[in-house]
Design a protein around this ligand. Structure first.
Ligand code: 6LW
Length: 514
């Protein structure tokens, strides 16, 4: 059986394709760099992360992007030997006009270099590229203000949208119609959308038409997937789906989901990706074989053997000379301020802006993928003034985080301080801990559900608690509020402008499944 979620921790808005016997999923990354996470599988059960397609500033410049801005809902497609990716770079979500700019990039090698982007439009987010059987290509996207689904032809020669714009689907009374994808099957056009909003009323809506521009009739059993009526279901917030047919003619649907804490509706892991097995009904509708409530375990595809793939390791000793794919940074790669070669076997961060900046922050993050974790790092850092800090962050975004940081007091003595930011209100301990033993500082973070606590040890000393336990449920979609998820990060800032370095010997994230 396939165990859901298949992609855990901050992996929302999945788009899936199959190319021969290989499956690929693209998921949203928001203000985190590089843009769009890509995943690969051969059996829909085991997934490995691939290099992101948007890894050049010429493809994506998110400097200054707001929290929750950046890459929303990518859509991956494949046609005639070429991979296509459409995505939104959200500059503002301010009604009524937003600033949701849609782009297209392509590549003939999904792990190679992708093109620079072609601008499409800014009428709404969640663009999807539909390759019609008649050889024409169309872009559909939601219309800002949830005013339906727009469709316009895309001319690959002219590299732009051409012809009239059609509003092909008004949505249902579930509202918040977004995340559209089109398919041709047995003479019908099928339109899948997300409705109900990306929280606990989220769902998957299916409609069909004999004409591409509609009108579309809605499945009488709509919505075909939702957890809205089953608050005790393991997978909540099910919606934003995409279909794929296996090489043996079976159908599956990936969708986003959330796994809130037992005691409260808080998704610290953000929205994740799950998969359901599908079947076509006699009267030509497609529905989950396990029913409307998303199943936690799903039958594997027939005729496809298990194909295990490498996954993110618990411990990283920084032996690689390039930053592995499972790391993210904020809004851009910290050029000149992140090195794995200046001190071989160590990750060196040079301090830039402080965490609340929307510009140049030296921070390297790994996603939290389980509700119970042990995180640890070893750091060598010597602050000259209090304006230089470095340490371990437990972060949702620039406005919501906890950090255990080494710095110095006015007398130049090394200290440990503790910061909390809750919806952009930052508080700092008034009782910093003096560090008496020089040498490497080891920092540990224990997380169990909504409870967390930092620990520290200097040199070979034993572990000691660093400040009081804290409530990490504030690092959740519901509290912030947000679209991403909690991450563990190495961090350094230097307000003197001298780019003081902090060297990290290892970064261990032990995630216990649940
Ligand atoms: C995404 C939209 C949604 O673009 O949330 O749940 C937005 N659905 O389709 C951000 O993830």
């Amino acid at each position: 059986m396939i165990q859901n979620p298949i992609l855990r921790g901050f992996c929302p808005d999945p788009s899936i394709i199959r190319v021969n016997n290989d499956y690929y999923i693209a998921t949203s990354t928001f203000e985190w760099w590089p843009g769009v996470r890509l995943w690969h599988s051969r059996d829909l059960k085991h997934w490995e992360q691939l290099p992101s397609p948007l890894r050049r500033q010429s493809q994506l410049n998110m400097i200054g992007n707001p929290v929750n801005g950046g890459i929303w809902a990518p859509c991956l497609s494949y046609c005639d030997g070429r991979f296509y990716l459409v995505y939104t770079d959200v500059k503002t979500q301010k009604r009524p006009y937003y600033n949701t700019h849609n782009y297209l990039v392509w590549s003939d090698n999904i792990t190679g270099e992708w093109s620079d982007p072609v601008y499409l439009n800014s009428t709404g987010f969640d663009p999807s590229l539909f390759h019609a059987k008649n050889g024409k290509k169309y872009i559909i996207n939601m219309r800002n203000g949830f005013k339906g689904i727009l469709l316009q032809e895309y001319d690959p020669e002219k590299q732009k949208l051409v012809g009239p714009v059609f509003n092909i689907f008004p949505g249902t009374d579930l509202g918040y119609t977004e995340g559209p994808h089109l398919y041709e099957h047995n003479g019908w056009y099928y339109l899948i959308t997300a409705e109900g909003g990306t929280s606990y009323n989220h769902c998957v809506t299916v409609a069909r038409s004999k004409n591409l521009t509609g009108p579309y009739e809605v499945d009488p059993a709509n919505p075909i997937l939702t957890s809205m009526d089953t608050p005790d279901a393991y997978l909540q917030r099910a919606g934003h789906a995409d279909l794929v047919e296996t090489q043996n003619g079976e159908w599956y649907m990936v969708h986003l989901c959330g796994r809130p804490l037992q005691e409260m509706r808080a998704c610290i892991l953000g929205r994740e990706t799950a998969i359901q097995k599908m079947e076509w009904t006699e009267d030509g509708w497609i529905r989950p074989v396990d029913g409307r409530v998303p199943a936690r375990s799903v039958a594997e595809p027939a005729g496809i053997p298990d194909y295990p793939l490498p996954t993110e390791p618990e411990r990283d000793d920084f032996s690689s000379v390039e930053l592995p794919v499972w790391y993210s940074t904020l809004r851009a790669y910290p050029e000149g301020c992140l090195s794995l070669t200046e001190r071989p076997g160590w990750l060196r961060l040079r301090g830039q802006d402080s965490i609340t900046s929307l510009h140049h922050v030296s921070l390297v993050a790994r996603r939290q993928t389980a509700s119970s974790c042990t995180v640890e790092t070893g750091m060598e850092f010597h602050a000259d003034v209090p304006e230089q800090v470095a340490g371990l962050a437990y972060i949702y975004n620039n406005e919501n985080f906890y950090m255990l940081l080494q710095t110095t007091n006015e007398a130049g003595k090394p200290m440990l301080t503790f910061l909390k930011s809750d919806r952009n209100v930052i508080t700092e301990t008034d009782s910093p801990i003096a560090l008496v033993t020089p040498g490497m500082l080891r920092i540990r973070l224990e997380v169990n559900g909504k409870d967390a606590q930092f620990f520290y040890a200097c040199g070979k000393e034993d572990w000691k608690p660093a400040f009081e336990p804290f409530d990490c449920s504030i690092l959740s979609d519901e509290h912030c509020p947000g679209f991403t998820g909690a991450q563990f990060a190495l961090y350094c800032h230097d307000m003197t402008g001298s780019r003081k370095n902090a060297d990290f010997d290892y970064f261990s994230v032990q995630q216990r499944t649940h």
